[in-house]
Design a protein around this ligand. Structure first.
Ligand SMILES: Cc1cc2nc3c(=O)[nH]c(=O)nc-3n(C[C@H](O)[C@H](O)[C@H](O)COP(=O)(O)OP(=O)(O)OC[C@H]3O[C@@H](n4cnc5c(N)ncnc54)[C@H](O)[C@@H]3O)c2cc1C
Length: 467
């Protein structure tokens, strides 16, 4: 019998490990989580609630931008929006908890509702007792990375979790961070709250993973369509409270000029850091930091500890957390049998629900820049959404898409920043992961539907490959 202790079993990564091992006859499971109510970040304060409130903003945005509609744009009833979001998320969270409790009902399985803390290499304390496993899985997720900015302790700051519960929004806000959480939440503040938003961007443009034209398109869209102020190549120097209860943020720009932004509220969309603080890792050989988790999901410092999901700091996104959980379960079984372990690898697949989800950004596989960096012979083709009449007929004319294809015809990657780009990511995932030849793809979307933008890309790329 192999005893596996999973810390963080209510989360997506921990639940994936638990589900994978639940049917194994020779595995004993101890599932631990201290979540209250419990259900993991994605369900309670991440993917799902954010998309739910964004959708209310999207409906207002589309009504406001359609000059065929008369009358004032409708207001979002925030009390109702948050109540409905809570109703849904609490239901999904209950479902997650029940699935974990069901596993714990089996012989050789138990659930402990408590914080786990290491007291030895493979021994944790939880529920008032010591629990020793043959293997320990750490799946404890992530927390907001509060920047080490002078003055930050003296001003109230809010996070995405606060915004997802807010039934009142401020007249003005200053935001640190325009990563995927910022790209989702900033238009929500401006559209739903009518909030005057300034968001600080360190680089020339957001979305590091995208070819530059996509980041530039986002900047134009946020500035012009959502009326957001975005100082780029700007760095926060310090922050202080104002006399009227607001905040004053001091910025230094790359050109050497200083700038001061005052606002009612400060929001931190500054990324996430691994949640290891409550684990008592000083009592174990584990030293979190760059490279502390191998591709097999084993901790570098202990081959019987596996670290999955946001906590390993590799790629904090839901589908990766789950896949890492499945990979860890397979590798625990392999390790226990003395068999070789399989590294977890994936094809790049990200969706950012920018532009309130009306203008999402999606990337599957290579961008032109990453293909270049990997020294792959390729062609890259681009199409503007406005080139396809269908986007105009649906009143969503903004955006662009591109396709990267190897000179042998293999489709290597797609990026879209346009209406329905999130949906099209699935089609392109299939094409990229199956290694299909662009010349073999059917060039026949139903007319008029938004995937016509893909047909345009397929045609242009096939012509270039043939040349
Ligand atoms: C605003 C926002 C929007 C997002 N949107 C998306 C999206 O659209 N798509 C997407 O793919 N991803 C999205 N994400 C990311 C996604 O939510 C996370 O990558 C994913 O939920 C991480 O899952 P996890 O299992 O690693 O961690 P979690 O779900 O956080 O699980 C960790 C668990 O560990 C428990 N725990 C922690 N410490 C201990 C301890 N010492 N003892 C016992 N239990 C402990 C916690 O209670 C928790 O249940 C979003 C995130 C945020 C913040």
């Amino acid at each position: 019998m192999v005893h596996v202790v999973i810390v963080g079993a209510y989360g997506s990564a921990g639940a994936a490990v638990a589900n994978s091992l639940a049917e194994e006859p020779d595995v004993q499971l101890t599932l631990i989580d201290d979540g209250e109510p419990g259900g993991g970040l994605c369900i309670l304060r991440g993917c799902m609630p954010s998309k739910e409130v964004l959708s209310a903003g999207a409906h207002r945005f589309q009504a406001r931008h359609d000059d065929r509609l008369r009358g004032d744009p409708p207001e979002v009833d925030l009390e109702r929006a948050i109540e409905r979001k809570d109703d849904h998320t609490l239901g999904w969270a209950r479902h997650r908890r029940e699935s974990i409790h069901d596993i714990a009902e089996r012989p050789d399985a138990e659930f402990v509702h408590d914080t786990a803390r290491f007291v030895d290499d493979h021994t944790v304390v939880a529920g008032g007792r010591e629990i020793t496993g043959d293997y320990v899985v750490i799946a404890t997720g992530s927390a907001v990375d509060v920047p080490d900015l002078p003055g930050i302790e003296d001003v109230p700051h809010r996070t995405s979790a606060d915004l997802l519960d807010a039934t009142e929004l401020p007249d003005s806000a200053v935001v640190m961070g325009l990563g995927y959480v910022g790209l989702e939440m900033v238009p929500y503040l401006s559209e739903v709250g009518g909030t005057d938003v300034t968001v600080v961007e360190h680089d020339e443009r957001p979305i590091d993973e995208a070819d530059p034209a996509f980041g530039d398109t986002i900047l134009d869209c946020y500035r012009e369509t959502f009326d957001v102020t975005i100082p780029t190549e700007s760095y926060e120097k310090r922050v202080e409270p104002t006399d009227d209860g607001g905040v004053r943020l001091f910025l230094e720009r790359a050109d050497g000029d200083d700038e001061i932004v005052e606002a009612d509220e400060l929001y931190l969309f500054t990324g996430r850091r691994p949640c290891v603080g409550r684990l008592g890792l000083k009592n174990s050989p584990l030293e979190p930091g760059p490279g502390w988790v191998l591709d097999t999901m084993q901790a570098r410092d202990d081959d019987r500890v596996f670290v999955v999901g946001d906590v390993n700091g590799k790629e904090p996104i839901l589908h990766v957390a789950k896949e890492q959980g499945f990979a860890a379960a397979e590798n625990i079984l392999a390790h226990s049998r003395g068999e070789p372990l399989t590294p977890y690898e994936n094809v790049h697949h990200h969706v950012i629900f920018s532009g309130l989800g009306v203008y999402p950004y999606a990337r599957v596989g290579h961008s032109a820049e990453s293909a270049e960096a990997a020294d792959i012979d390729h062609v890259a083709v681009t199409r503007e959404a406005s080139d396809d009449g269908v986007f105009k007929t649906k009143d969503v004319p903004e955006g662009r898409a591109s396709l990267v294809v190897g000179t042998d015809g293999t489709v290597l990657g797609y990026q879209g920043l346009h209406y329905h780009a999130d949906v099209m990511a699935k089609t392109l995932q299939v094409v990229v992961e199956l290694g299909l030849d662009v010349r073999a793809l059917p060039d026949r979307a139903f007319h008029p539907t938004t995937p016509e933008i893909l047909d345009g890309l397929f045609r242009a790329a096939a012509e270039q490959v043939d040349e």
